[in-house]
Design a protein around this ligand. Sequence first.
Ligand SMILES: [Zn+2]
Length: 349
Amino acid sequence: MNKIAFEKVIREAELLSPLLGFKSDIHPIEFRKDPLTSRWCRINIERARRVKQAKTRETTDSTRIVEESRKKCFFCPENLEKTTPMFPSYFPVGRIKGGAACLFPNLFPFGEFHAVGVFSGEHHLPLDQFSPRLLEDCFRVCLEYFKFIYSKRPDIKYCTINWNCMPPAAASIIHPHVQILADHKPTPQLNELVEASMKYHNKNGSNYWIDLIETERKNGERWVGETGSVAWLTSFAPQGNKEVMAIFSDKVSTLIRLNESDLKDFCEGLSKVLKGYHEMSVGSFNMSVFSGPNDRNLSDYYFLNVKLISRPNFEPFYTGDDGFMEKFHCEPIIEARPEDIAEGLRDYF
Ligand SMILES: [Zn+2]
């Protein structure tokens, strides 16, 4: 009856290791296939076991860079009004404010509607300091922005909230902020998710996301927990390290249809995941929201979902995690087992 197949292939690499006095060393490599998109990733199980715990969280160098960046930060309260762009006159306000958050146009946009949402006046926050309230304030103004754009421009149907946290995750500004885009077309990744969900529905007569939640809840090893209507789990075949997935099970396929209670549920869970990341010594990550089109309810086969992946820590000589396998071959190398990550995060739920 299991419609979702968690496929993996194990191959072994043999070498004479200097770490074992040049005796034979066998490394099992797991090739895992994503049950929805069929994308592959690879995990070296030996390497995953070696994952160092409790690496230094903030080095003297990174603290110094954070302090330096504070002096001329565009997003700090004393500069924000002077140095950030404003919306043109057809918007009701120049910048959208709500609680501690403030949203304004991106100075160098890569879309017709590309805005930046600053969480608060705090220049730097460790990941265990993002309270549900702080997250809610910011995501609420993002939703307000999307609804306004859609009311004026019904052709702009694809909305997404994205978070590059700290420079190793491609943030050019340290002050915590999200980047939000409203576009005329879906990104290839969103398109793939929606198309694959539709195919799954046609083949199996059921909703992949409901099946995934049920299967993973029962299975348990990648299950993290639930916050109201939002389910949290780690991905069987991640696209990046420590990948966590949130699924809105409240039959919603698009951001603009999120209600206040869904938003609260999501922010409660996200705050917990960030606490867990912090305890795992993660200080940098990417997050994206995959929202279906505004003009159709796809919830028969597609649910709104979110992914987070950890990125290297902000240290002077960090090793990047985006090499040839990720950039060109689209078969990422994953450094820890998703099952171990889920076990670590479960304590916060
Ligand atoms: Zn700042």
